[in-house]
Every structure is written in structure tokens, then in C-alpha cells.
Design a protein around this ligand. Sequence first.
Ligand SMILES: [Fe+2]
Length: 342
Amino acid sequence: MTDSKGKILAVDDTPASLKLLTDILKGEGYEVRSAISGELALHSAITNPPELVLLDIRMPEMDGFEVCRRLKAQSGTRDVPVIFVSALSETDEKVLGFELGAVDFVTKPYQREELLARVRAHLELNRLRHHLEDLVEERTGELRESEKRLRTSLLDSVTALAATVEMRDPYTAGHQRRVAQLAVAIARELMLPEEQVEGIFLASVVHDVGKIQVPAEILSKPGRLSELEFRIIKEHPQHGFDVLKSIDFPWPIAQIVLQHHERLDGSGYPQALKSDQILSDARIIAVADVVEAMVSHRPYRAALGVDVALEEITRNRGVLYDPAVVDACLRLFRERDFSLTT
Ligand SMILES: [Fe+2]
């Protein structure tokens, strides 16, 4: 496009006027196509969009205003600058022309130099605009690319963090990953936006990271825990919050982790929050956590199985667990054939 001086479409129904116009432009080195009627101009512009249109107004059948209107209505020609070249010099006509999207007016009879100056200015302006658009597009692409890289490295770091806990606690190895799998499925079943689902995924993957501060022998102790041991275990959401709170996630990951053992009736821990005080993402992870834990083997008991887990959340639907989350979870297992991978 930029290798020629500019591709111009000249439109006029009077052959002499059209010839004068094209001669002047060609003499300056422009690549000029000419059209003797509105219909021909429209056809020519749509099949091969020029960089500029010089358009007569008074023409039989389709006048210049109509040609301009139609050019602006087509995506391929919408951005092509239109200059009206006309004997009409009434203000009303000019106003209408500008309203239709024309960039300029040249009144006949015109001075050669004036015509060329306006053509040059509008071609240049349009080229600059295109160049700017390309730059913005390029820049947006780069940003999207770097955001993708950032998210991948965020996920890598979070996964590494999760792995450190599971390394010390082989019995819950894979627990966080499976909770994440179920929590994400529930979130999608609830038709939550993908942006939010991503946050739920990350929070699930690290929800037990605070267990890093719980002595390994308590975590893997077979049999019942003493009251003191249980109290130590119950501190893990707070420890998790402390580990995560300084990381500037685009989601409230630390708060979600802090609240994943809270229950609707206030019987949860560590803050004994109730219903709406608990973040909706934490209410989703709570259900996913309970179901996964019951389905899996634990040091102190064998796996209880899906049916027992679903019974537990059904019995406590609206008491401990968010009813909508429970319903979504039940639908997943009963109607959508969902199963946890091992
Ligand atoms: Fe937990």
C-alpha cells in the first residue's frame, strides 16, 4: 500500500470534470481509478478499496451522499476517507456531507494546488492512523503473551508450593489436586465465569498449604487424634493464610484458603463465620474438600465411598454446606458421570 504514492478513486458524472481531476492526480504520481456514476464508484470501491475517494455530489440516480453513506456502511470501505468535490457550497450540504463521514470538501472550481494539498493531507493522516492501529494491535498481542507467561509461572509456583506440603504428608498426596478438580467442575456446573473458576482452581490447589506447619506425625497418625492434636490441625487454614497473604494474586486466594473449613451454621473454624460471611469460592472448596476426603483413603480409616460422601453433603445441605453448591455437586456425580481421578 505504501509503495505507491496512493490509490485514489475519482468519481464524477461529467466526463470533462472527471478527466481534469484524474489528470491532475496522475500528474502527481497517484494511482487513479475513475468512475462515471455512483453505482460504478461503489462497485469499484467495494471490490478493491482505494486509499481515498474524491466524490462528486450531484450525479443522476445515485448521488454522492448516497455513495458515501453506502461506503460507510460496509466494513471494507468504512475507513476509506471521502473528500467531496462539488460545486455545492451551501453550509447545509457540507454539514450533511460531514455527518455522513466525509473528511473534507473541495469546492469546484478548485485550485490544483489546493486539491493536491488536501489529498496529500488526508492520505497521510489515514496512513498514520493505520500505522497506529497496527502498533496498538502488536502491543496488545505482546501484553496478552506476557500475561499468559505470567499465569503459567503463577500456576507453576502454586503447584510447587502444593507439592511441598504433600511431600511431607503422603496420605493426602493428590488430595489438593483432586479437590481442585471437583471444585472446578462444581464452579463450571454453577456457570461461574472462567476468570473466577481460575481463582477457585488455584485456591484449591493450595488450600491445605498451612499443613506445612503441622507436625508430620500428627498428619499421618493412624487412629483418633487427641484434642490437642486436633487443635493443632485446626490451625492450618490460618497458617495457609499467613503463607499466601503477601502474594498479590488477582483473586482473594489467601482469604479463600483461610475460610475453607468454615460452615454455614457457624460451626466451622478458624473464625466461626456464618453463611454470607463466607466467600462463595470457599463454600465451593468446602464441599469439594469434604467429598474428596470421604471418597479417599485416610491413615485412620478406609475410603468411605462416593455414596456416603454424597449422603453427608445432602444431609447437611443448607446447614453446613451451601445448598446450590451441594446441588451442583450431586448433579455432577449423579447426572454427569463425574468421577475423581486417582
Ligand atoms: Fe483443610
